[in-house]
Ligand binder design. Structure first.
Ligand code: COA
Ligand code: ZN
Length: 318
């Protein structure tokens, strides 16, 4: 295909696979480290170059990711792959730096209620934690990025004012953050909200790189991503098979599904470097591992030009 679509979209997009983090934190079943390792390696073999691998959070809060150190140690630093992890505070940063990550992602929420639920402290205290993580990252020469949860609406408070999002982003930028991911934790984003927030942030902070992290809770995750593409956003976070959800947000469900996103991007002439068929095969294995159907759709139907033999179905005869 010669041109990418929609107008304004980049020719190449960065797909950040967050299934091993956002996905597995939401599962009852705790996968063995060896299984996570195998999934990470297969995702990399499929062409994924950006992995949010795990979180260095309290293992009591998120036991599913308590093996963060071991997972990183066993994976090593695969060539050409950016491995990041969520870090809530200085203790998390010390752990992540010792384990050897390419980037740390500090996180906080755009609403007080979700910040208290997710991090057990007010936003102002979390910003102090961000400052400490930023200092530790700078001293170690490791980039510190940020993720802002409930950036399009909060399950406890409802509407989140765009001014609140911009104010937190401004503070983060002052602390040295250069890349911010807008998290739609419980799928409350809509096309107008995406446009409003991206435009407001660009106007206030033109140097800040934006990423979009949607959940498909209300079925319009990819529509929101499409609005991001129209605005020229290049970085999208998604989960294999559509896994995902924050255990500390009421009504959270899966992320935008990586195969569905990659399918949409490729069919729109936007390159990702990822092999869709290989991704589908990983998604099907994740489904088997978890023993339940995943929400991803392309993993069920296959690519659009996957043809079926004529005798695959009966002929309708009157
Ligand atoms: N890694 C490991 N342990 C940690 C930690 C970290 N990053 N941060 C704190 N702890 C430990 C402390 O050492 C302390 O342990 P101790 O009781 O054995 O001494 C204990 O946790 C309590 O520390 P405190 O700072 O009081 O934490 P808290 O109870 O207020 O919880 C967080 C704060 C941030 C640690 C916790 O809310 C958390 O891990 N949240 C992450 C939630 C998440 O990942 N959500 C999904 C992502 S959207
Ligand atoms: Zn999420």
């Amino acid at each position: 295909m010669s041109a990418s679509f929609p107008p304004g979209a980049p020719r190449r997009a960065v797909v950040v696979e967050v299934g091993l983090r956002d996905g597995l934190q939401a599962e009852q079943l705790i996968l063995p480290t060896a299984t996570k390792l195998d999934l990470a390696r297969r995702l990399i073999a499929a062409g994924v170059r950006h992995l949010e691998l795990t979180s260095f959070v309290s293992p009591r809060a998120v036991p599913q990711l308590a093996d963060a150190e071991e997972l990183l140690a066993r994976l090593g630093r695969p060539e050409g792959v950016e491995i990041t992890a969520l870090v809530p505070n200085a203790k998390g940063a010390e752990r992540a730096l010792r384990a050897g990550v390419d980037g740390m992602v500090v996180f906080l929420s755009a609403s007080e209620s979700h910040n208290r639920k997710n991090l057990n402290r007010p936003i102002a205290r979390s910003l102090e934690d961000v400052a400490e993580v930023a200092r530790l990252g700078a001293a170690a020469g490791v980039p510190v990025h940020a993720a802002l949860s409930v950036a399009f609406g909060c399950p406890f408070e409802g509407e989140v004012p765009v001014a609140a999002v911009v104010a937190i982003a401004q503070r983060l930028a002052e602390l040295g953050i250069r890349r911010l991911s807008l998290g739609d934790t419980t799928g409350m984003a809509t096309p107008p909200l995406v446009r409003e927030r991206v435009r407001a942030l660009r106007e206030a902070l033109p140097e800040l790189e934006l990423a979009l992290h949607f959940h498909n809770t209300r079925g319009i995750g990819l529509v929101n991503a499409w609005v991001g593409l129209e605005l020229g956003i290049e970085r999208f976070e998604s989960s294999i098979g559509g896994l995902g959800g924050c255990p500390f947000a009421a009504g959270a469900t899966g992320n935008v599904c990586t195969e569905d996103l990659v399918y949409l991007l490729h069919e729109s002439g936007i390159d990702t470097g990822i092999d869709l068929e290989a991704l589908i095969s990983v998604a099907r294995d994740v489904e088997r591992l978890l023993g339940r159907p995943l929400p991803g759709q392309v993993m069920k139907a296959g690519p659009r030009l996957k043809l079926h033999p004529l005798d695959a179905v009966a002929t309708a005869r009157g």
